[in-house]
Write a protein that binds this ligand. Structure first.
Ligand SMILES: Cc1cc2nc3c(=O)[nH]c(=O)nc-3n(C[C@H](O)[C@H](O)[C@H](O)COP(=O)(O)OP(=O)(O)OC[C@H]3O[C@@H](n4cnc5c(N)ncnc54)[C@H](O)[C@@H]3O)c2cc1C
Length: 304
């Protein structure tokens, strides 16, 4: 969607928004597919209440982009604009065993800063790309660690109240790849309570997780992580593998030979290639095992 009203450009500038017209979301997502829209980078989250009110008044729908590592975006001109929190001042602060971190901060970089303070617990998440905001929303997890289990506080802009609020960890529910935030909540910062652990020990665990990932996942290809959630008592990857679908290709989208639940953009794939491959795999698994796989990735289609 294009913002056509020139009066709005000045208003966005006053609200400390870095306005980037006609961005191709293939360039902003790890999967490397997706259409175009205007991108609004929010330099000062304190101005969000005014920004969201303005967009509401103008009838402009929006979606929120973190690091774009868990997204499959449809092709063509997208309805609505995309907001992203600026990572320019996304630093971390330490208070005893707690780390306060901006939602726009990079998860991996924060983990390394925590390690230098002898604070660990998140090592399993080593190698998960993206931001803190995206990780909290998705309750990112791997190798026995999930970010939700460390959350003490989250600062969030709530569209329902048009205010910035602070939620206690006990007010938030985290489950397997989901959280209880409202769909239009914009997470701004979090305080995580970590575990005291010697730097060398944390580093050794991180190294082990990275090696495991490199051995089992297509870490050098364009992906969005696991496509499907694991159904209860099953591994989605194993079900797909049992059907010998590794290497199966639709257009430029391929089921990774390394990990059957990772689909890779190998031959200049389009979003439609991925949609078709997802449906094909889901149907084959349903027919063979009677299990309906649910997407783990977030899909942005034309309907908001
Ligand atoms: C190679 C690879 C490996 C991966 N391995 C794992 C893994 O082991 N475990 C795992 O859980 N995931 C994994 N992922 C998926 C992905 O990295 C995580 O889900 C990550 O936490 C998403 O963060 P992001 O900032 O990129 O979010 P995005 O992809 O940008 O967004 C994901 C969702 O979060 C929302 N969101 C983003 N920021 C905010 C915010 N500030 N406030 C509110 N909502 C927000 C978006 O609107 C969207 O709905 C992997 C991905 C890749 C590419």
């Amino acid at each position: 969607m294009r913002i056509e009203n020139p009066r709005l450009y000045d208003a966005l500038c006053d609200l400390q928004v870095d306005y980037r017209p006609r961005q191709c979301l293939a360039d902003w997502t790890s999967l490397g597919v997706g259409g175009t829209t205007d991108l609004l980078i929010v330099e000062n989250p304190a101005r969000l209440p005014e920004l969201i009110s303005l967009l509401r008044q103008e009838g402009i729908p929006w979606r929120l982009l973190g690091g774009g590592t868990n997204l499959l975006v449809a092709e063509g001109e997208l309805p609505g604009v995309v907001l992203q929190l600026s990572s320019r001042e996304a630093g971390v602060e330490f208070h005893a065993q707690c780390v306060r971190v901006a939602a726009a901060a990079n998860l991996g970089r924060m983990m390394m800063e925590c390690a230098r303070q002898n604070l660990g617990g998140l090592e399993g998440l080593a190698g998960v790309p993206g931001t803190i905001g995206g990780a909290l929303r998705m309750n990112a997890g791997a190798y026995g660690a999930q970010i939700g289990q460390f959350v003490r506080l989250v600062r969030v802009f709530r569209c329902t109240t048009n205010r910035i609020e602070t939620l206690d960890g006990s007010q938030i529910l985290f489950a397997y790849r989901q959280s209880s935030f409202a769909p239009d909540d914009i997470l701004l910062a979090a305080e995580l309570q970590l575990l005291e652990r010697p730097y060398e020990e944390i580093l050794a665990s991180i190294k082990m997780c990275n090696e495991r990932r490199r051995a089992t996942q297509p870490v050098h290809e364009k992906t969005a992580g696991c496509i499907f959630k694991n159904p209860p008592d099953y591994s989605a990857g194993k079900l797909i593998d049992e059907l010998r679908l590794k290497g199966h290709r639709v257009g430029g989208a391929v089921v990774s030979e390394r990990h059957a639940n990772f689909f890779v953009n190998r031959y200049a794939a389009t979003a439609d290639d991925f949609f078709r491959l997802i449906e094909l795999v889901r149907e084959r698994v349903r027919q063979a095992f009677g299990v309906v796989l649910e997407e783990e990735i977030i899909v942005w289609k034309h309907r908001l």
